[in-house]
Design a protein around this ligand. Structure first.
Ligand SMILES: O=C(O)CCC(=O)C(=O)O
Length: 263
């Protein structure tokens, strides 16, 4: 696929399947690095039974940092995100035997971000409809979808009309928008399905929920791994304002109520 086809496919469907981006051997090494890694934040509320989330793991692992900033990844992402990119979050997901479905959702409803982040989903093992495979609803990224809370889960309040199941080999990758509805199937096999998801964002976009230091992946389209205390998006008042406007509106409503009350 050339750049234009990649952009068009992503704009239309909200995701892109890249077969065979990494070798089986690279995936075995990465899986071991993930198992050896330490978390930055301890909590993983989404872990349920034999479906285990291991989040925020690149932070203390130079090997994972090296993997997620390699030029091959940047060359793909810069087509969609632009030349300056940082990593806001990552998580490995082990779906063991008997693990349940992970319900349909848009990742922005978990991250609470107003801008798109780009989910780089890596199949570390085989992944299919029997063992926890990834399902995506094409075109669902084009609008905010209704949702409800179920414990820690933020679940799509609807039924996807024509979902696509990704059948993946180790080393296959799906890049999808954080607004794309997705889900995973139950695992009815005896083996554990592993996937690793890295969440990339433009350096122009702010995330008020991640504390510094921030991890830069690329500048000017070139891999440039570096921890920084601030970046363009975090310094940009317009980026920050998006998150303050709801508070300002709420404060304005309270002030109006008080003014009415006094009168
Ligand atoms: O287990 C997976 O493959 C993906 C889990 C998921 O839906 C997510 O990370 O948003």
């Amino acid at each position: 696929m050339n750049e234009k086809e990649i952009k068009t496919a992503f704009a239309t469907d909200g995701f892109l399947l890249c077969k065979g981006l990494f070798s089986q051997e690279e995936m075995q090494i990465l899986l071991q690095d993930i198992k050896d890694s330490q978390r930055r934040y301890e909590q993983d509320e989404l872990t349920k039974g034999s479906m285990v989330f291991k989040s925020s793991i690149f932070f203390h692992s130079p090997k994972i940092q090296h993997f997620i900033t390699q030029q091959k990844i940047i060359d793909l992402l810069k087509i969609l995100i632009g030349p300056d990119i940082w990593v806001r979050w990552d998580q490995a997901v082990a779906k063991g035997p008997n693990s349940d479905t992970f319900p349909w959702h848009q990742d922005n409803n978990y991250s609470k971000l107003k801008d798109t982040h780009y989910q780089f989903w890596v199949a570390l093992t085989e992944s299919n409809g029997d063992n926890g495979g990834l399902l995506l609803q094409p075109g669902s990224h084009l609008q905010s979808q209704p949702y409800r809370y179920e414990g820690y889960e933020v679940v799509y309040d609807g039924i996807p009309q024509n979902p696509i199941l990704i059948t993946a080999e180790p080393g296959d990758v799906v890049i999808f928008s954080s607004f794309t509805l997705h889900s995973t199937t139950p695992n009815i096999t005896q083996d554990t399905r592993w996937a690793y998801v890295i969440e990339y964002m433009s350096l122009d976009h702010y995330d008020p929920y991640i504390e510094p230091p921030y991890f830069v992946a690329a500048r000017n389209g070139k891999s440039s791994p570096e921890f920084v205390r601030s970046y363009r998006g975090s310094n940009n008042p317009m980026s920050r304002l998006k998150y303050y406007i709801p508070y300002l509106k709420r404060s304005q409503k309270i002030l109006n109520k008080l003014a009415n009350y006094k009168n």
